[in-house]
Design a protein around this ligand. Structure first.
Ligand code: MG
Length: 380
């Protein structure tokens, strides 16, 4: 069976939206709008591959936005939406798919049902679009006065993804080159292709105005908010460095433990596991198992992140406190924050690393070891 490729098109300047960052790269509940649109197709079982079409000036933004996703290199778009889609279609010509879904990057809330309905309709028709009936009464006017009421029967609002048999839409786009048609169904109509309509979804709206971003945040909701807590201690022993929050710090002692004894990463791993009721680090990585001897603790933290992702969850924030008299944490805080953010593929403003002493009191005060506490907030 020939492949189904999703072309996600976000090649506009994205400036009309306001703000420093182009619209398609602005964050919607912690992830770039474009990333959410791409993920909707990456996660769809009937989609074989996903290809982004981006503005040639946005490569750095794109790289940040799609970190960790498995995607081919993006295709550079053109001056108009139509030209960008055409370039995207041409990029697939070397290994032509059976069907192509063409989607606006600015519709991040497309649900799997819409995608499935479009694909199902392609079995009987060369093109298919999701559409919604017009509920409001339509008026024609100059903005001040109504001239007339427009009969809304037979009128529909077209959304994306718009699906087509690849060979047909490629030929239609080649024929329509130089025009400025606003969607691909119009390109298909121009070529005389039948375009079926399937039911769209109200939540699959296009983020056009800043208010739309608020609406999208509300639609996603805060989710099911969970908090987890982690605590860990390791004792000083022989060695010449300690590893804390993934960063090796030269010191006159090391920390004893089965793994690399990174108390910071152990505490934050337990906090994440606690937030989703997934047990603790020892249950997943038993100290009795020789394969974890000397293991770098980012393995444990990454696993906790994967458990969270498998539950459809995302990290709100992580707050870690290291408790020791020595070594001094301050000079390494930024590196620790960046390391944790990198392991979990989240932005570093969601991670906080702090340190305190215990005024020379207790085991940390006597310099016998290091303790760490961590709190994780996640939404499912
Ligand atoms: Mg530990």
């Amino acid at each position: 069976m020939r492949a189904t490729v999703a072309l996600v098109v976000g090649a506009g300047e994205g400036r009309r939206f306001g703000g420093e960052v182009p619209k398609q790269y602005q964050e919607l509940s912690g992830q770039a709008i474009l990333r959410r649109s791409l993920m909707a197709f990456l996660e769809h079982p009937e989609v074989t591959a996903v290809q982004a079409v981006i503005n040639p000036g946005h490569h750095d933004l794109y790289k940040d936005a799609v970190r960790g996703l498995s995607l081919p290199a993006p295709v550079n778009g053109g001056r108009t939406r139509q030209e960008s889609v055409a370039l995207g279609l041409e990029s697939l010509a070397g290994d032509p798919p059976g069907c192509v879904l063409i989607h606006d990057a600015a519709r991040p809330l497309v649900d799997p049902g819409v995608v499935s309905r479009v694909l199902a309709a392609l079995e009987a028709s060369p093109g298919a679009v999701p559409a919604l009936a017009v509920a409001d009464t339509l008026k024609r006017g100059d903005g001040n006065f109504v001239e007339t009421t427009v009969d809304r029967s037979g009128l529909w609002r077209a959304q994306t993804p718009q699906g087509f048999r690849y060979d047909d839409i490629l030929a239609a786009h080649r024929k329509a080159a130089g025009e400025e048609l606003t969607d691909d169904a119009a390109v298909a109509e121009r070529a005389g292709l039948a375009v079926a309509m399937v039911e769209g979804a109200e939540d699959n709206f296009k983020v056009t105005e800043p208010e739309d971003l608020k609406r999208a945040e509300q639609t996603l909701g805060g989710g099911d908010i969970r908090t987890g807590f982690g605590f860990d201690v390791h004792r000083f022993g022989d060695g010449d460095h300690v590893t804390l929050c993934g960063v090796a710090i030269p010191y006159g002692f090391g920390l004893e433990g089965h793994s690399d004894a990174d108390v910071g990463l152990h505490a934050v791993t337990d906090a994440l596991m606690g937030a989703i009721g997934a047990g603790d680090i020892g249950a997943h990585f038993p100290p009795s198992d020789p394969q974890w001897k000397g293991a770098p603790s980012d393995v444990f933290l990454r696993h906790a992140g994967e458990l969270l992702a498998a539950r459809g969850g995302r990290i709100g924030n992580l707050d870690i406190t290291l408790i020791c008299e020595e070594p001094k944490i301050g000079p390494h805080r930024e590196a620790m924050t960046a390391r944790i953010a990198d392991i979990l593929q989240i932005s570093s403003d969601r991670v906080s690393v702090k340190a305190t002493t215990t005024e020379r009191l207790g085991f940390t005060g006597r310099g016998e070891g290091i303790a760490a506490q961590a709190v994780a907030t996640v939404s499912l």
